[in-house]
Design a protein around this ligand. Structure first.
Ligand code: FMN
Length: 215
């Protein structure tokens, strides 16, 4: 099989990123871009991001997770702590997050350190989830090998019975991570492949070094 994609080509010209228009703190720019992408429209689930971890096999692995909150401190998502990503983070908390917002021709790449959120924060978010999602967190031993779809359906059924007419508690193996950034790179597509790239790097005294990178 062969398909040549050499002629797939697109010009990027929606916006620009200049040193004079950016704040000192990258979280402020993240927020600005996030809202702009939402307002621009066309991007389904603006909060989907790629999470990359290094596994015990020494390979990086990417997967999509949902950004559930961002603050001055960092970026939060929720998952199963026993999953492949959970185990990878436990042995190496250095991770990478990235966003690609196609419609506004923007990419953001965040390197950071992942830490478990407090039990209170995980409880609060778990509480807000629909019942089906709460049961799913119990029913799926995320990333484990299973024999069949039936095994999963049976597991869900047994938890539905177990928690019938009861408050569904948060499993202790399910919760949040906050990713505290050490560098954030903003990429804005420009014409002729002369894209704008601005990288913020965290300094010792908690201010950010700002540099422009060649595209
Ligand atoms: C749009 C989308 C959103 C997702 N959101 C999450 C999420 O917030 N948390 C999560 O654990 N998995 C989420 N997943 C599933 C993950 O991509 C992945 O399959 C799962 O977390 C298991 O990954 P692991 O085996 O590498 O740990 C999402 C997948 C997609 C496509």
């Amino acid at each position: 099989m062969e398909k040549d994609l050499g002629s797939y080509r697109k010009e990027y010209q929606k916006s620009e990123l200049t040193e004079t228009s950016i704040p000192e703190n990258p979280m402020e720019l993240f927020q600005k871009w996030f809202y702009e992408v939402e307002e621009f429209g066309g991007t389904d689930e603006v909060n989907t991001m790629t999470l990359s971890t290094i596994g015990s096999d020494n390979f990086p692995k990417n997967r999509i997770v949902l950004l559930k909150k961002f603050t001055w401190e960092g970026f939060m998502f929720y998952t199963n702590y026993n999953s492949e990503k959970g185990k990878s983070i436990a042995s190496n908390p250095n991770i990478c997050l990235s966003f690609f917002w196609h419609d506004m021709e923007r990419q953001i790449i965040i390197k950071g350190i992942a830490e478990k959120t407090s039990e209170n924060i995980s409880d609060g978010y778990f509480e807000s989830r629909p019942e089906g999602s709460k049961l799913g967190a119990w029913a799926s031993n995320q990333s484990s090998v299973i024999k069949s779809r039936k095994e999963l359906d049976n597991s869900l059924f047994s938890f539905e019975n177990k928690y019938k007419d009861q408050e569904i508690p948060r499993p202790s193996h399910w919760g949040g991570y906050i990713v505290k950034p050490v560098s954030i790179e903003f990429w804005q597509g420009r014409s002729n492949r002369m894209h704008d790239r601005i990288r913020y790097t965290l300094q010792k005294d908690f201010d950010w070094k700002i540099e422009r990178l060649a595209p």
